[in-house]
Design a protein around this ligand. Structure first.
Ligand SMILES: NC(=O)c1ccc[n+]([C@@H]2O[C@H](COP(=O)([O-])OP(=O)(O)OC[C@H]3O[C@@H](n4cnc5c(N)ncnc54)[C@H](O)[C@@H]3O)[C@@H](O)[C@H]2O)c1
Length: 247
């Protein structure tokens, strides 16, 4: 795997950060794109590239991808990981501020689209590549009071299948990783709460949430390029959460 280049969005924190460490172990050089450019540069390391950009901003994304190609030469793996949940308050559809819908969709769905839109021509020129989208089980079953998040992740899952189908003949694969609960800065406020935390873990057959490193393992397995016939997959990593109903 030596010499391969991975572009990771949202790599400054949580699952993205753990995945960068894991991919580096497998020999990937990293381009890390995040709102927090300083943290991105520190995760990318001396032989990598840190980029400060908003995944929802077309011009910034195009400039960032151009820079990766100019400085690192190619992009073998695009890992669309950056994401937000929206406001901590649970709201049903009619109570969800339109601004919140736009903000969540801009990061979680427009983001992976813009990155793929900019990177796929690079992969076509190279004759191959792999796009991995960090989705969520919320893209497969609705997360209560989170219509914007669920819709954005459902959209990202269909974007995955769409890219998988449209580029299969070009040697470009696209797969999704769908975690359940993971303890990261995104979820710590809830999982560390003495009431809300146990309420979340009670529904998980394994009885615990995942560590970011456990999601990074799933990303690394796909990124290892040994599953050469796998494309359009939604790899669920949820401790059994969506395998059962709580009764
Ligand atoms: N934590 C969970 O339980 C969980 C479960 C399923 C899916 N996910 C998904 O995993 C991904 C990573 O989440 P995490 O838990 O590691 O969160 P996190 O908040 O720890 O990290 C997210 C990173 O994305 C960056 N980011 C956010 N918006 C951005 C934007 N517009 N442009 C560029 N960078 C941006 C942040 O700066 C941060 O570094 C997200 O897509 C999230 O929806 C998380």
């Amino acid at each position: 795997m030596a010499g391969r280049i991975a572009l990771v969005t949202g790599g400054a924190s949580g699952i993205g950060r753990a995945s960068c460490a894991r991919l580096r172990k497998d020999g990937y050089r990293l381009a890390v794109l995040d709102l927090d450019g300083e943290a991105a540069a520190s995760v990318a390391g001396a032989d990598g590239l840190g980029l400060a950009a908003d995944v929802g901003d077309e011009a910034s994304v195009a400039a960032a991808v151009e820079r990766v190609v100019a400085e690192l030469g190619r992009i073998d793996l695009l890992f669309n990981n950056a994401g937000i949940t929206g406001s901590p308050a649970a709201t049903r559809c009619h109570e969800t501020p339109v601004e919140e819908w736009d903000r969540v969709l801009a990061t979680n769905l427009r983001g992976p689209f813009l990155l793929s839109h900019a990177v796929l021509p690079v992969m076509l020129r190279q004759g191959g590549g792999h796009v991995i989208n960090l989705v969520s089980i919320a893209g497969m079953v609705a997360s209560l009071g989170r219509c914007a998040y669920s819709a954005s992740k459902g959209g990202a899952l269909m974007l995955t299948k769409s890219i998988a189908a449209d580029y299969a003949a070009d040697g470009i694969r696209c797969n999704a990783v769908c975690p359940g609960w993971v303890h990261t800065p995104m979820t710590a406020w809830r999982l560390d709460d003495p009431e809300l935390g146990p309420r979340a873990t009670r529904t998980i057959p394994m009885g615990r949430v995942a560590r970011p490193e456990e999601i990074a393992e799933a990303v690394a397995m796909l990124a290892a390029e040994s599953l050469t016939y796998v494309t359009g997959l939604a790899l669920v990593v949820d401790g059994g959460l969506t395998s059962t109903i709580v009764i």
